[in-house]
Design a protein around this ligand. Structure first.
Ligand code: NAG
Ligand code: NAG
Ligand code: NAG
Ligand code: NAG
Ligand code: NAG
Ligand code: NAG
Ligand code: NAG
Ligand code: NAG
Ligand code: NAG
Ligand code: NAG
Ligand code: NAG
Ligand code: NAG
Length: 808
């Protein structure tokens, strides 16, 4: 059977030649090289594979019956005269190699198979499995008359490694050569970030890995003798999907390992020194370079991407790109900021993902929408399969009955669905035909409309169902109060938890805002925008039903009752999430949407502290392309309002950027925007923060509960972008895309240190307390409370006149 996941060495690229005397940097502590079935030692390059006919002090073999096979006595000609593959050991029963391990930790295990015919044994038909420790590595690895090298990586935490060959009944097992080597640090990922659920990390420390692909970009192959761990890097051209988009570059002398964290053990200079980049002659720059690999569905895969800027002439150019695994973004990369802006310094990045049912894993790099010149490059790529929860890496017994069952259920469900739809269509068709007969002139508009004003299919709930869901709008279920009325926690008939916002007739939120919000929300679906579940406009009610957000508002976690709860890392992740939501609003459709009420009380957190932007009652469709702004009466929340908008009343996306800058300050400082209880110079957060920075006292404003954990570089990056957002003039403020990119880089600069116990305890506290203390604040008018009774219009008037005076 052809196993697509195999990492296969065909003889054409065999490493058994090139007997170069290279002095390599790494000398493995454990270094077993065995030429199985051979009576004599064989030198392959600088390495000696020893004969395995005897037990040695450090490795032994127990087997009931074994046979030494060599191919020189029969007529099968080998493709190449590889001495290593001329012999094999055949096992007629369960057999175990045992290696004593001097250095615990990660080890390579390489199994070499080259089937040939020996006496009655046709190895290409052998049926057997190989396992090590408690991991099942492979079943029937051989196929055809080609050589196969299977490479695994196991963390061996005992003094002994046992490698077992178990033949199926009536069959036999065989092996031509094997290698067990210690691995230097950093060569194999210890943990990786998932691309599916943002920020999730998976530790790979105790898992077994199998190399699926190890690719050197730039259409070049790097042979094992040029790699300190004797790894083979195959050329990328057969994996590259759209070859016209890529061009191959080579500049090995540009690679600079000094001072970097990446050593030559991670990947040799000949890997970092070649790359595939966007073809500069191709004007179609808005594209992705994609490499495609075969994988087995149901398994997780770790992907390591290697980058090295060997193309830029100056640090002014740099490499900026966005990485995609299948269709998921794995983030933006500013290579310069990762390598202290020294050209030629290597960098790598680890992510992991679940293989999709398509059996393909596509790795793409594309231009980051932040910069407008092509600087997309990839130097190397490693894809490793991770053992499943049954401890298996082989696929043969994996196809779980569960999958086929689900497929069956899905199949049946789809079938039923299609049937129901068809039946309904037939029914409607017949009905229309029947109606038409007596009334042949009448139109076909007989399908009754429910009277919904919103044509896009948003669910319209009967009032009675909401009465049920909220226990007749019980005071006990109130999770937020604002000028428009109250927000209740509710449970729908299908047990979905929801937040129910009920406007009261005397509320300040009118029908217009009610409709705006439903229209806006039903247009947009995004993981960082709070989703609309439905609405109710029966009996003049104005009720909107949202998804329930367990952890309430960001505001509450920054300085409300849940404070201090968020680590710096969490704050960054929440900021990144929010800006993604806003970026989507601004750019996600043909006409951009301006939120107009960005504030920490309108950023909600779900049970995993994922941020979602809420409250679209004030949102406006942005300017048309030929105009640069929308003129509108000033609305928004005090403290967050763009000063330019206040004076000019011209609304642009940059007004949201300003408000978001204020939110970033709240995130950094953990205090309200306006706090009248503080000394005069500190009352206004924005003024205080900007002034403190000017006086070189940035540290003073950082929330004391996170000040200890912030890395300097992360803080600097964060401040840099916050300050830009707060720029006086909109045109000098960054776009949401820029903000996103910079925040992601602040997150990367913070590094991925494991969370302290302290933080772990805190966050579990929050998730327990969250339910009772959650206060959803959907209202713009709710923020008037922050001003302790000052009338909002008065403040606006004051501000306007102050600005007038300043201009005079
Ligand atoms: C093979 O090499 C091993 C270790 O280098 C040595 O101990 C052994 O004697 C050699 N065997 C033969 C047959 O040369
Ligand atoms: C190696 O030693 C084991 C016992 O540790 C023994 O069962 C086995 O027969 C020996 N193998 C060879 C090839 O001498
Ligand atoms: C192959 O096996 C035969 C006997 O089985 C032996 O005489 C010969 O030396 C072996 N050849 C090699 C290359 O090991
Ligand atoms: C292996 O043998 C084939 C056929 O004899 C030959 O074309 C090929 O060049 C050889 N490969 C190497 C790496 O020498
Ligand atoms: C294998 O699993 C058994 C029981 O599940 C455990 O006792 C043993 O320590 C494991 N061996 C290794 C090498 O992990
Ligand atoms: C391998 O080669 C031998 C000799 O050419 C042939 O008889 C056998 O069928 C081949 N096996 C496979 C699986 O191709
Ligand atoms: C190997 O496993 C041990 C114990 O689980 C762990 O402490 C260690 O960090 C692991 N080593 C590597 C290189 O992942
Ligand atoms: C890639 O390398 C292969 C083999 O070295 C060569 O045949 C092919 O033309 C190269 N492709 C390009 C686009 O240079
Ligand atoms: C190995 O790398 C060196 C430079 O690092 C290069 O000169 C040499 O050609 C490479 N050899 C092979 C076989 O790739
Ligand atoms: C290599 O990098 C180090 C710092 O990482 C730098 O000091 C040095 O100048 C670089 N060398 C070259 C040739 O660029
Ligand atoms: C690049 O690939 C990603 C993921 O498939 C996709 O979302 C994006 O639109 C692609 N970019 C371009 C310019 O095609
Ligand atoms: C870098 O310099 C080389 C030669 O000096 C030149 O050919 C190339 O166009 C330059 N590249 C860029 C991106 O400026």
């Amino acid at each position: 059977m052809e196993n697509p996941g195999n990492f296969r060495l065909v003889f054409g690229i065999s490493f058994l030649y090139c007997l170069l005397n290279l002095s390599l940097g790494f000398n493995p502590v454990d270094n077993y090289l065995i030429d199985c079935g051979s009576f004599k030692n064989r030198s392959i390059g600088v390495r000696e594979f020893v004969a395995d006919n005897t037990n040695t002090s450090s490795h032994r073999l127990s087997t009931p019956e074994h046979i030494f096979a060599n191919s020189s006595s029969n007529s099968i000609s080998l493709y190449n005269d590889s001495t290593l593959y001329q012999t094999a050991r055949i096992f007629n029963g369960p057999s175990h190699y045992s290696f004593s391990i001097k250095e615990q930790g990660r080890h390579w295990i390489r199994l070499h198979f080259f089937p040939f015919l020996f006496q009655k044994y046709d190895m290409s038909n052998a049926k057997f499995s190989v396992s090590a420790q408690n991991f099942s590595l492979t079943r029937e690895p051989q196929s055809g008359n080609v050589s196969v090298v299977k490479e695994y990586c196991l963390n061996i935490t005992s003094n002994n490694l046992i490698l077992s060959f178990i033949p199926d009944s009536k069959s036999f097992a065989f092996i031509n050569a094997l290698e067990v080597l210690s691995i230097p640090e950093n060569v194999v990922p210890e943990e990786a970030k998932t691309v599916d659920r943002k920020g999730d990390k998976k530790s790979l420390r105790e898992l077994a890995l199998e190399t699926v692909a190890r690719v050197d970009m730039g259409n070049s192959t790097v042979l094992p003798q040029n790699d300190t761990s004797w790894r083979l890097w195959v050329s990328d051209d057969s994996y590259l999907i759209d070859k016209n988009l890529g061009s191959f570059v080579s500049n090995v002398s540009a690679v600079n390992f000094t001072g970097g964290l990446v050593t030559e053990d991670v990947a040799p200079a000949s890997v970092y020194g070649t790359a595939t980049r966007f073809n500069l002659d191709d004007p179609n720059l808005n594209a992705n370079l994609t490499w495609s690999f075969d994988v087995d569905p149901g398994f997780d895969y770790a992907v390591r991407l290697h980058f090295c800027d060997i193309v830029s002439n100056s640090t002014q150019q740099g490499v900026f790109l966005e990485i995609f695994i299948n269709t998921h973004s794995a983030g933006h990369l500013d290579l310069g900021s990762q390598t202290s802006h020294v050209l030629g310094v290597p960098y790598f990045m680890d992510v992991y993902t679940r293989a999709s049912a398509s059996r393909k894993l596509n790795v793409s790099v594309g231009s980051s929408n932040i910069v407008n010149f092509p600087s997309v490059i990839l130097n190397g790529l490693e894809i490793m399969k991770i053992n499943n929860d049954k401890g298996r890496l082989d696929v043969s017994e994996v196809v779980p009955s569960r999958t086929s069952k689900t497929t069956l259920i899905v199949g049946v469900a789809v079938g039923l669905f299609v049937f129901v739809i068809l039946a309904a269509l037939v029914f409607l068709f017949c009905r229309r035909r029947r109606r038409r007969k007596p009334d042949s002139g009448g139109g076909g508009q007989n399908i009754p409309m429910t009277g919904s004003v919103y044509s896009n299919g948003t669910a319209r709930f009967p009032f009675i169902e909401l009465v049920e869901a909220t226990d007749n709008f019980s005071e006990n279920l109130v999770i937020g109060v604002g000028g428009f009325g109250k927000v209740y926690k509710g449970v729908l008939r299908d047990e979905t938890e929801v937040a129910v916002k009920r406007g009261t007739p005397q509320s300040s939120q009118g029908l217009v805002e009610f409709r705006t919000e439903i229209e806006m929300l039903s247009q947009f679906r995004h993981r960082h925008l709070v989703s609309l579940i439905g609405y109710c406009d029966e009996n003049n009610e104005m009720i909107i039903i949202y998804e329930y957000m367990e952890n309430g508002t960001l505001k509450n976690h920054l300085y409300g009752s849940s404070h201090p709860g968020l680590s710096w890392r969490q704050r960054l992740e929440i900021s990144v999430g929010s800006v993604k939501g806003l970026h989507y609003l601004h750019t996600g459709s043909t006409k951009s949407i301006i939120h107009r009420d960005v504030k920490s009380a309108n950023i909600l957190l779900d049970k995993n502290f994922m941020a979602k932007v809420a409250d679209f009652g004030l949102s406006k469709t942005g300017p048309d392309i030929d105009r640069t702004h929308v003129s509108t009466a000033v609305k928004g929340s005090f403290g967050y309002l763009d000063p330019e908008y206040l004076t000019t009343q011209k609304l642009t996306e940059k007004s949201d950027v300003y408000s978001f800058g204020v939110v970033l300050l709240e995130v950094l400082c953990g205090r309200p925007v306006i706090d009248p209880s503080l000394p005069r110079e500190k009352v206004n957060l924005v003024d205080w923060a900007l002034k403190s920075h000017r006086n070189g006292r940035l540290e003073d404003i950082v929330d004391p509960s996170v000040v200890g954990e912030i890395k300097r570089e992360s803080l600097n990056k964060f401040w840099e972008i916050t300050e830009k957002c707060l720029g006086k003039y909109g045109i000098y403020r960054p776009s949401m895309g820029d903000v996103l990119w910079n925040l992601e880089s602040a997150l990367q600069l913070q590094g991925n240190e494991t969370k302290t116990n302290h933080n772990g305890e805190l966050s579990s506290e929050i998730s327990h307390g969250g339910h009772s203390e959650t206060s959803l604040e959907f209202s713009r008018t709710g923020s008037v409370g922050e001003l302790a009774g000052v009338s909002m219009t008065t403040v606006f008037a004051q501000l306007l006149s102050e600005q007038e005076q300043m201009r005079r």
